[in-house]
Write a protein that binds this ligand. Structure first.
Ligand code: FMN
Length: 181
């Protein structure tokens, strides 16, 4: 798909089919993430794709727990909307400045969202990774996954086959950008 078309047409998907995606689709998305720009070219983030249904459900539960500390769950249902794959993007200590770690992880996340759309998958950026992996239950998942280095949850992605039409984007703000000549 044409890059500009992908960037403009990618939308957040909030209903997924339960069918798991193909390995080659997942790898295409992950690989696109690894080609994102990173500060000093350090490739600092850690990307973890979770497909084990038990851990996917655990992440939904933990996300819900964090939601319930605040505004609750206004949309109802599962926080990852039934996505069979969840990708978590962590900042690591590979980059010395924590802000750069977050920026790197965000760049990786955006690349993967756009790549997902380009290969025909639905995706959505889901918040609350920081809080989840600060919890003992989140730390237990990291241990189970063999992640022993110090990481900070920055973002996560619900990924799968969309079970809804691609939404129409809302109108872009008139003053979104300025050209100074
Ligand atoms: C930092 C960030 C956090 C987000 N967290 C959530 C979330 O927890 N749940 C959700 O349903 N959407 C979440 N979104 C998706 C936004 O709501 C969505 O991108 C926005 O409404 C624009 O829609 P679009 O992605 O279809 O263009 C998040 C997006 C970003 C960038």
């Amino acid at each position: 798909m044409d890059t500009l078309e992908t960037l403009k047409k990618r939308r957040s998907i909030r209903k997924f089919k339960s069918t798991q995606i193909k390995d080659e689709e997942l790898k295409a998305v992950l690989e696109a993430g690894t080609y994102a720009p990173t500060a000093m070219g350090l490739q600092s983030p850690l990307i973890v794709a979770v497909q084990n249904p038990e851990d996917v459900m655990r992440l939904n539960e933990l996300s819900l727990e964090v939601m319930n500390r605040g505004r609750g769950n206004p949309r109802g249902g599962l926080p990852y909307y039934g996505a069979p794959t969840i990708i978590i993007i962590f900042a690591t200590k590979r980059v010395p400045d924590p802000l750069l770690g977050i920026l790197d992880a965000s760049a990786v996340t955006t690349n993967m969202l756009n790549a997902a759309y380009a290969v025909g998958l639905g995706s959505i950026w889901i918040n609350r990774s920081k809080e989840i992996f600060e919890m003992d239950e989140g730390k237990a998942l990291l241990k189970k996954w063999g992640i022993l280095e110090e990481v900070v949850g920055v973002a996560s992605i619900g990924l799968g086959y969309a079970d809804m039409d691609n939404p129409t984007p809302i109108k872009r703000r008139e003053d979104y950008y300025k050209i100074i000549k």
